[in-house]
Design a protein around this ligand. Structure first.
Ligand code: SF4
Length: 196
């Protein structure tokens, strides 16, 4: 029987972005190609999940909304199979990606979180498929990277204060937003709710 390597699977609330507040099955895929200073995920470990065990866990609750994240799910060869398992059960599937790899087929809502540097390369596929771009505003954020976006293209554009320097980051965002109201604020509400 096929087994997939998954970092973690758990039920919680999506805390941020356009789907904030929804009950969600979170599926964390292991491994990432980046090493962000604020990363709060231990993504280098995994457990093996059979299809039966995964689907049994996914049906423990009645919500049918899932968030596939990581690590970086788009670099993981097991991500297409995870999405298929979720789709078999009727889930609406959202994915969160750093945007450096092609986006896997079959995802209903794609959030791309590029990093702050001006030379950060967003894959063409991520440009095309993103429903939402979300930037974490951290120390030394290079605001000029935001100028590459066309805010009139119908997607959601948001800025998220880095939680560990929340007061500084939110002040910077509020100041920026006064002149750039096309950017929304995305808070990590799960941290206030103290849910994973
Ligand atoms: S891209 Fe995401 S998972 Fe990877 S190191 Fe950065 S914050 Fe962590």
């Amino acid at each position: 029987m096929k087994e997939l390597r998954i970092n973690d699977v758990f039920w919680t609330v999506q805390g941020e972005g356009q789907n904030a507040g929804k009950r969600a099955l979170f599926v964390r895929m292991p491994f990432c190609n980046l090493a962000c200073s604020w990363c709060d995920t231990s993504f280098n470990t995994f457990q093996k999940w059979t299809e039966d065990r995964f689907k049994e866990f996914a049906q423990q609750e009645t919500a049918r909304f899932a968030v596939v994240t990581g690590g970086e799910p788009m670099m993981n060869k097991d991500t297409p199979a995870v999405i298929k398992w979720l789709k078999d059960l009727g889930f609406v599937v959202a994915c969160e990606s750093n945007g450096t790899f092609p986006i896997v087929e079959g995802i209903d809502f794609v959030t791309i979180s590029p990093k702050r540097d001006a030379d950060y390369h967003i894959h063409e596929s991520a440009w095309q498929k993103a429903n939402e771009f979300k930037y974490v505003i951290d120390e030394g954020f290079q605001w000029e990277v935001l100028e590459r976006h066309d805010l009139k293209d119908g997607r959601r554009y948001s800025l998220s204060p880095e939680y560990n320097r929340f007061e500084k980051s939110i002040a910077e965002i509020l100041e920026f937003q006064r002149k750039n109201p096309g950017w929304q604020i995305s808070l990590q509400t799960h941290k206030w709710m103290k849910v994973p």
